[in-house]
Ligand binder design. Structure first.
Ligand code: APR
Length: 239
């Protein structure tokens, strides 16, 4: 394996063993609540209290003492520190477990749960407590325009130019813990394959929707599969 930049795409599966739910598994978030009720701009306009309550609960859950990075997050931080070329983690996750594990180059394409966005002045700020309909923006003082800094269905994911630049320059694309059900992330493997130069590997509990688009796959829990894969890469043995 030549030393070239790596792009790692992560999804909810990498944080499952840290105690956070995935979305589309049998016990996933979308089995208990409807996307149209909590994760669209229309839902927020219709019933902001309900949407705030949904994210407040998740924000509290993320900060529970039992939730911590698992060996998969830590392995990716080690890869970034030790790989001689650039490693970029592009995550669909709104949790902060990559950062807590030590990853520095992380793009949160679906936003961040521990941040709020002001619809009035467009400021983005750290936000660890509950968010409500009357909360005032610390930047512009306007009350009632704050929302979770998350990308809802129907909205444009963040930093897409940076992501596609990285995909265009990588020699290895690794997709971890994502079902491949949500675009544009689900289309990254086809984008990389279209260039013909990058190798694409899937690490997941089970084959994802786009499993046949990858050159290679390893199936099992992320906490086991990811550290083993990173060990192989750093030892120059794979993929
Ligand atoms: N290790 C590895 N993979 C796992 C594990 C685990 N321990 N547990 C579950 N998985 C896999 C599942 O098999 C599934 O393929 O992780 C994947 C999770 O898929 P989704 O629940 O669909 O999550 P994700 O792909 O991140 O969803 C994408 O959808 O609702 C939106 O905005 C939300 O960012 C999210 C996006």
């Amino acid at each position: 394996m030549t030393v070239s930049p790596i792009v790692v795409l992560t999804g909810a599966g990498i944080s499952r063993e840290s105690g956070l739910h995935t979305f589309r598994d049998a016990d996933g978030i979308w089995a208990t609540v409807r996307i149209e009720d909590v994760a669209t701009p229309e839902a927020f306009r219709r019933d902001p209290r309900r949407v705030h309550a949904f994210y407040n609960e998740r924000r509290r859950g993320l900060q529970a003492p039992t939730v911590a990075p698992n060996p998969a997050h830590r392995a990716l931080a080690r890869l970034e520190a030790e790989w001689p070329a650039e490693v970029l983690v592009v995550t669909q996750n709104i949790d902060d477990l990559h950062e807590r594990a030590g990853s520095r180059r992380v793009v949160h394409m679906h936003g961040e749960l521990l941040k709020a966005f002001c619809g009035r002045c467009a400021a983005v700020m750290e936000w660890r407590g509950d968010l409500g309909v009357d909360a005032a923006c610390p930047a512009c003082d306007h009350a009632g325009a704050l929302r979770p800094h998350v990308v809802w269905f129907g909205e444009m994911p963040l930093e897409m130019d940076r992501i596609y630049r990285a995909l265009d320059g990588c020699g290895l694309f690794v997709s971890i813990g994502t079902s491949g059900a949500v675009y544009p992330a689900a289309g990254f493997v086809a984008h990389v394959r279209g260039r013909g130069v990058a190798k694409a590997v899937e690490l997941n509990l089970e084959p994802s929707d786009g499993a046949d688009r990858f050159h290679e796959a390893r199936y099992g829990p992320a906490s086991r599969v990811v550290p083993r894969f990173v060990d192989e890469l750093l030892a120059g043995r794979g993929p």
